[in-house]
Design a protein around this ligand. Structure first.
Ligand code: GCO
Length: 262
């Protein structure tokens, strides 16, 4: 293997939610692997900060405010990026929200709002970029599911439903876009030390229970999302399609031995 199959030089990547949480790390990882990164986020202050960080590192990028739940915004931003850089090779569907609330207390509007971002937005971004990728016969769609795309959790039924949906969409995208040279895969983070889990990380008992439930006996650092993202974005994964790669230290597929973990 002479070519560096993890090299993203010459590739253009769009990352949604790229100014917060794992999205910041994902965007940085793609840039460090050589990609030009189209930063998008609904939070313009965070987006400006991320863009400044990219420019300070000499990484080529663009920055667009984007609410993935807005169909008009999605198409306009994707077309602007394609026009600016002449191609789109990689889409990381990272933007998403979480809702921690008992099912019985969850309203229809809370449920549909979460789906509009975590599922419909992801679906719309993928369909919007597919035509641009097909022109080059090359594309990489990486969608953020979660361990909650594989298991359930009390108090997160809406988020679990959406993250299971991401896995289903990924399999259908794999079938529909594979003939165009576009692969579609999902990744499933487990318990990472991110903004989204900030409240959980304040609860020492919960932190320890996750550590005991996780064979690697720890929470993940955000940087540990980088390798899988670069792999699934690169030529290295050219025959990987329709897969769901969990990045959870083994939590979702194991049970503690008797006397271990909660
Ligand atoms: C929680 C956590 C989990 C995972 C998340 C990772 O509230 O228990 O946020 O849901 O950390 O799903 O994607």
């Amino acid at each position: 293997m002479t070519q560096n199959v993890f090299d993203l030089s010459g590739k253009v990547a769009i990352v949604t939610g790229s100014a917060g949480g794992l999205g910041k790390t994902i965007a940085k990882a793609l840039a460090e692997a050589g990609a030009t990164v189209a930063l998008t986020d609904i939070n313009t202050d965070a987006l400006d900060e991320q863009k400044a960080n990219f420019e300070a590192n000499g990484w080529e990028c663009s920055a667009n405010r984007l609410d993935v739940a807005n169909e008009t915004e999605r198409k306009a931003v994707v077309d602007e990026i394609a026009s600016r850089f002449g191609r789109i090779d990689i889409l990381v569907n990272n933007a998403g929200v979480i809702l921690r609330k008992p099912a019985a207390e969850t309203t229809d509007s809370e449920f549909t709002n979460l789906l509009s971002i975590n599922l419909v937005g992801l679906f719309g971004m993928t369909t919007a970029v597919s035509g641009h990728m097909a022109k080059n016969g090359y594309g990489r769609i990486i969608s953020l599911s979660s361990i909650m795309g594989h298991i359930g959790r009390a108090g997160q039924a809406t988020y679990v439903a959406a993250k299971h949906g991401v896995v289903g969409l990924t399999k259908s995208f794999a079938a529909e876009y594979g003939p165009l040279g576009i692969t579609s895969n999902a990744i499933g983070p487990g318990y990472f030390r991110t903004d989204m889990n900030a409240e959980l990380l304040k609860d020492e008992q919960f932190v320890q229970s996750v550590e005991l439930r996780t064979p690697l006996r720890r929470w993940a650092d955000p940087d540990e999302i980088a390798g899988p993202i670069v792999f699934l974005s690169a030529p290295a994964s050219s025959f990987v399609n329709g897969q769901f790669l969990m990045i959870d230290g083994g939590l979702a597929v194991t049970v503690p031995a008797p006397g271990q973990g909660s």
